[in-house]
Design a protein around this ligand. Structure first.
Ligand code: G1P
Ligand code: ZN
Length: 544
């Protein structure tokens, strides 16, 4: 099989963001755009020559085409074994699991996570390293540097491979293995959780659950694990067939986009437990009957109860949360006497801590949680953790969380997103806040005394790398916080995220409405950053 060199020209907009290179499908369809980025991966990752590469995606529009391009280019670039999920599918956590299990040299995940799909939607490519985790910044910067000079790429001539048939075949020298995307992941889940106990909970007849796969990649995983293996009744998994356009929706597991399970878990007839995952299966939302568990609380509850779960019976070594995530888990860590790390936004910052055994659990406010079982956040894992916990404690979700607040206090939390604003205005807003930082400590903002104000900078405790300008933090004396940062995953204009947190120790106050508790902080945050004047928006696009 002859490898040919095809001429292209470098693109100057291929710097990976918070989570890989994410663009409109149309951008990826520009001739040579996808190929150049792939060539930059092959050029910068010399281990792939003669090595093993894992490939799969969330099934969105352009997934299959991109897999065929990868097959041709991997063969031309000397990859020895290519492992592909059947149908070109692999959830992000399953890809991580498979990279680790088969000791691959890396993986390419095709996904734009929770962003809409279809021809007018988004597409993305993430490169994961041999540890199964998202490439750290040193690697993504290397890939980016290569994209600046790539002016040709290698490919072979080959008819499209049938991605739907499990089995092995040769493409020139390269071995292509099409595998069941679910099996290895399901096997890992069975090691971590007490499947027998969960099966009993389902067979008892007094426990009902719903899982919304949002027409995305977790459908096959959830059908297999929840319904086939754990015996949840048929119909537990809804929207379980992956669709290229996610049924026209946003595959984002939050109260707005996963509204069907919100409705079906409400009222006396509501199910006991409901959950959803996103496009590529790494996010999760947890609901009880008439009860929403914030992702920050979910992480804290998991940490406090890990000893009750089979795979974590011996206790957890440490925890980590992204900086904007609420400090609820910090209180649990303190109680347990374990370390709690505060990292910049993005899963890649947990990588070294997980690899080095510093932490067992970690999470982000953006509906992400995970553990050292893979090197990615993991939606279905979180759902199974909760299921296992509900089966052990035989209490409702609401009872477990309110008891938790009773013990540790409640961190009320909300996030305001202003999407699609002008990049210049967004950057000016942050720059102006940055200027104000030195004068803020000690001052009063609407009755709250500022304890500290900074632009978050993180020094990785393992490799010493420094990540600066990771978000503006304003901390108040009573433990409340306001955080501002610009999104690194958007594909249109800029997205300003404002994260707000208020701590309440008094159980009498725990039942209050979040919106009411947060109102004074919202006012301070919007005024301090002059959001309306600078962005023209009086209201956020989404509140979570
Ligand atoms: C967002 C989330 C972040 C998450 C990332 C990938 O990034 O805020 O926590 O890791 O998506 O799922 P952002 O758009 O804020 O840069
Ligand atoms: Zn995702």
């Amino acid at each position: 099989m002859k490898s040919t060199l095809i001429c292209s020209h470098p693109f100057d907009d291929q710097r990976p963001g918070t989570s890989g290179l994410r663009k409109k499908v149309r951008d990826f369809q520009v001739p040579h755009y996808l190929e150049n980025f792939l060539q930059a991966i092959f050029d910068s990752q010399s281990d792939l020559r003669g090595g093993t590469l894992v490939v799969g995606g969330d099934g969105r529009y352009y997934n299959r085409e991109a897999v065929q391009v990868i097959i041709r280019m991997a063969a031309a670039n000397g990859v020895s074994t290519l492992i592909i999920g059947q149908g070109g599918l692999l959830s992000t956590p399953a890809a991580s699991c498979i990279i680790r299990k088969y000791q691959a040299n890396g993986g390419i995940i095709l996904s734009a996570s929770h962003n809409p799909g279809g021809p007018d939607g988004d597409f993305g490519i993430k490169f994961n390293t041999a540890n199964g985790g998202p490439a750290p910044e040193v690697v993504t910067e290397l890939i980016y540097a290569c994209t600046r000079t790539v002016d040709c790429y290698r490919s072979v001539e080959l008819d499209a491979i049938d991605l739907d048939v499990i089995g092995e075949q040769r493409v020139g020298e390269m071995l292509v293995k099409l595998i069941d995307p679910v099996a290895d992941y399901a096997e890992l889940m069975a090691k971590l959780f007490d499947f027998e106990l969960i099966r009993k909970r389902f067979s008892g007849g007094d426990f009902r659950m719903l899982f919304d796969a949002m027409h995305a990649v977790t459908g096959p995983y959830a059908h297999q694990i929840l319904e086939q293996q754990l015996g949840a009744k048929a119909g537990t998994v809804i929207n379980g067939k992956p669709k290229a356009d996610f049924g026209g929706g946003h595959p984002d597991p939050n109260l707005v986009h996963a509204h069907e399970i919100v409705e079906r878990s409400s009222g006396t007839d509501g199910v006991d437990f409901a959950a959803a995952s996103d496009g590529d299966g790494d996010r999760n939302m947890i609901l009880g009957r008439d009860f929403f568990v914030t992702p920050s609380d979910s992480l804290a509850v998991m940490a406090a109860n890990a000893h009750l779960i089979k795979g974590y019976r011996d206790g957890i070594r440490g925890v980590a949360r992204s900086m904007p995530t609420s400090q609820a888990v910090d209180r649990v860590a303190e109680h347990l006497g374990i370390s709690c790390y505060e990292t910049p936004t993005g899963w890649k910052f947990f990588g070294n801590l997980l690899d080095d055994g510093c932490i067992t659990l970690c999470g982000e406010e953006s509906f992400g949680s995970g553990s050292d079982h893979v090197q990615e956040k993991d939606g279905l894992w979180a759902v199974l953790f909760w299921l296992n916990l509900l089966a052990v404690r035989r209490q409702s979700v609401a009872e477990i969380v309110t008891e938790h607040w009773h013990t540790y206090g409640r961190n009320f939390y909300t996030r305001y997103d202003y999407e699609g604003i002008e990049i210049e205005s967004a950057e000016a807003l942050i720059a102006e806040l940055r200027k104000q930082l030195p004068r803020l400590p000690g001052s009063k903002l609407g009755g709250y005394e500022v304890e500290y104000a900074d632009d978050f900078s993180y020094t990785d405790p393992i490799d010493g790398s420094i990540s600066e300008r990771q978000g503006i933090r304003i901390g108040f004396k009573d433990g409340s916080r306001i955080v501002y940062r610009l999104s690194g995953t958007g594909t249109q204009g800029a997205t300003l995220r404002v994260y707000l947190e208020a701590y309440e120790a008094d159980p009498e106050q725990h039942g209050r409405e979040t919106a009411e508790v947060m109102a004074p902080l919202v006012k301070i945050a919007t005024e301090l950053a002059e959001i309306k004047a600078r962005t023209g928006r009086s209201d956020p696009t989404v509140i979570t």
